[in-house]
Write a protein that binds this ligand. Structure first.
Ligand SMILES: *[C@@H]1O[C@H](CO)[C@@H](O)[C@H](O)[C@H]1NC(C)=O
Length: 205
């Protein structure tokens, strides 16, 4: 693990991320059922410890790959996901959220766009959504796009009434993709990554 994570120019990070994804994909069916036998229980605990080591020594790795990792961990595994979601790079000093009158958009740390190394757009390409979505985000889409979007996120062959009738991974990819493209577009247009309520991406979300 240190060899991959301490490699020059972070060359080993992508390989280590893949290995972690294999681990979580293997564990996911056991965790979803919350049915941990001795072996899967040990593996779960080992994974938890591994994340705690990463949290301590490589927070940048966890924060830059959080998207892919959280996507692979079932939503019911709150502890595993919280470890990853609480990560932030060592170079950032978090503001005290209990301070009164704090204006979050004026905090310098809110400015830089955080690096996201997971390939969050790949899910959209396989769903053939990307082209239509890009057109829509550039204000060139067809008016019907937004109304059909919701149905495109449904899982095939799951009844509409089921609480699990949507493809969560696809929704996560879509939200991330819209967010990243909208910020990039706003920055290209005005030089600022400001929130514009009429931006097609904001409307879609
Ligand atoms: C959800 O969408 C992703 C990306 O398009 C796809 O790879 C995955 O198979 C879908 N999941 C289900 C359960 O259909």
């Amino acid at each position: 693990m240190p060899k991959l994570l301490l490699s020059e120019n972070w060359e080993g990070w992508s390989a280590f991320h893949k290995l972690l994804l294999f681990l979580f994909n293997f564990l996911a069916p056991f965790l979803k059922e919350a049915d941990l036998q001795l072996a899967s229980h040990d593996l779960y605990h080992g994974s938890l410890q591994l994340l705690l080591i990463l949290l301590h020594d490589f927070p940048e790795f966890l924060s830059e790959y959080y998207f892919g990792l959280c996507d692979a961990i079932p939503p019911c595994c709150i502890q595993l996901r919280n470890i990853i979601l609480s990560m932030f790079p060592m170079s950032i000093i978090l503001p005290d959220p209990h301070l009164c009158n704090i204006k979050f958009d004026l905090i310098p740390e809110m400015g830089p766009i955080p690096p996201i190394l997971s390939d969050f757009a790949s899910g959209l390409k396989s769903a053939d959504l990307c082209n239509n979505l890009n057109q829509y985000l550039l204000n060139r889409g067809t008016p019907s796009f937004l109304t059909t979007l919701k149905d495109r996120l449904r899982l095939p062959s799951v009844p509409e009434s089921s609480t699990k009738s949507y493809n969560l991974s696809l929704i996560n990819s879509l939200v991330m993709y819209i967010g990243v493209s909208s910020v990039a577009q706003a920055k290209a247009r005005s030089g600022l990554s400001v929130f514009v309520a009429s931006n097609p991406g904001v409307v879609a979300l």
